[in-house]
Design a protein around this ligand. Sequence first.
Ligand code: TMP
Ligand code: ASP
Length: 236
Amino acid sequence: MTRGEKLYEGKAKIVYATADPEVYVQDFKDSATAFDGKKRGTIGGKGRMNNAISARLFTLLEERGIATHFLGWESETAMRIHRLDMFPVEFVVRNLAAGSLSKRIGYPEGTALKNPPIVEYYYKDDALGDPLLCMAHLNELQVISPEDLAEATAMAKQANAILVEFFARRGLTLVDCKLEFGKDARGAIRLGDEISPDTCRFWDSETGEKLDKDRFRRDLGGVEDAYAEVLRRIER
Ligand code: TMP
Ligand code: ASP
């Protein structure tokens, strides 16, 4: 499929138009940022690995009845996707305490949650630094209707449950993940964006080793090897 105009370039992906107005191509980049772009770097092979990991996971979720934007492989680093009108909300689903939740409520990383999973909403707004939203803020902003929020939240929990089980069989604990949703041309909600070590936390179930972007965020080293290990585990 011929790539048309570049529509959007983000920190980790470029989105192109195609001849079909309802089909886009999303191309994954090797560049990485953290802390609202304050930290920048390159993770060799990340574009190729995140494309392969996301394609595999979107295919799995589609097979299990979750509508996604994935249409098919385009190249080693790119996939064809449905055009979606995205909700400006990040859905973070947490199975164990880690990252900002640990900081916010004082649970050490790895602490079990009393009633997992927790779903949090963050406002996608670079100028504001993607703040955590409570229900009062969501009601005030009106950037997503209560019905769409409920439906996308249910989809986020279903997708998380499928992914938790899939990764557990491959010796990986899905600690948390960030999901984004939008509506297709027919008004149906689909899971969009990507599902990768950039947007999830994966810990080795045996050793607890971190196999995700926290290796980059926290200068732990072995970043490329961690992404390659996640890809290797899901390929089997
Ligand atoms: P957090 O604990 O830093 O809030 O991150 C929760 C999850 O969301 C984690 O799996 C990483 C992912 N995430 C993103 O995909 N993009 C972001 O900008 C941030 C801050 C987190
Ligand atoms: N998207 C975030 C940023 O660029 C990075 C992250 O922590 O995942 O700041």
